[in-house]
Design a protein. Structure first.
Length: 200
């Protein structure tokens, strides 16, 4: 009877194991191959293009802003507008006059100091040194709070700081600056008022 030598079987097993190891190493090498340089370059170029597309256009015009309505109070006076300064103690007001013969006459009388009395908690009045020209004026007026007026029957300059009703003989000469009426209302009794051409 013929007996197989055990070394022959062992050699076959070693050969099979060696081939399996070679195949495994070959497979690992195939899976770890680096990405071709051309693919990396294509992706980098695509990313740069996307970044450029996301950058805002710096040549677009900047948005404009409108002027706030509150700034109109600080706008420069238009050329030709008549204004006067009114000083009462330490207080100073600016009044803008209407374009009328009466307002022209008032300007011609300045500077002038007027002693004013308080009437009804709505106005302070005092006589001017000469009457004003009433040409083109209505018979009377209903002044607003903050108006500068003239009461023809008494030849009085009037500062309205309260709500006065219509009266014959009232002439509106102009308007006081914002906030002047409130400050005048805080001055009790008679006052001495100095009126001059604005800026003189």
């Amino acid at each position: 009877m013929k007996v197989s030598h055990p070394r022959g079987r062992t050699g076959g097993l070693l050969t099979v194991a060696t081939m399996a190891a070679v195949l495994a190493l070959t497979g690992c090498d195939a899976t770890t191959q680096p990405t071709p340089r051309s693919d990396v370059t294509d992706r980098h170029t695509s990313q740069q293009g996307s970044q450029r597309d996301s950058v805002p256009d710096r040549t677009s015009p900047a948005p404009t802003t409108s002027t706030a309505s509150g700034d109109r109070d600080n706008a420069p006076t238009q050329e030709g507008t008549m204004q006067i300064d009114i000083r009462v103690g330490n207080e100073h007001f600016i009044a803008t006059l209407t374009d009328t013969p009466a307002a022209d006459d008032l300007m011609a009388q300045l500077p002038q100091t007027v002693r004013m009395s308080d009437h009804g908690g709505v106005e302070k009045t005092g006589p001017l040194r000469a009457p004003l020209n009433l040409a083109g004026q209505p018979a009377g007026a209903d002044p607003d709070v903050g108006d500068l007026g003239y009461y023809a029957p008494g030849q009085d300059l009037v500062l309205y700081y309260g709500d006065q009703s219509y009266y014959d003989g009232i002439v509106i000469l102009g308007t006081l600056e914002p906030g002047a009426a409130t400050r005048l209302a805080a001055m009790p009794g008679d006052v001495q008022v100095t009126v001059t051409v604005h800026g003189s």
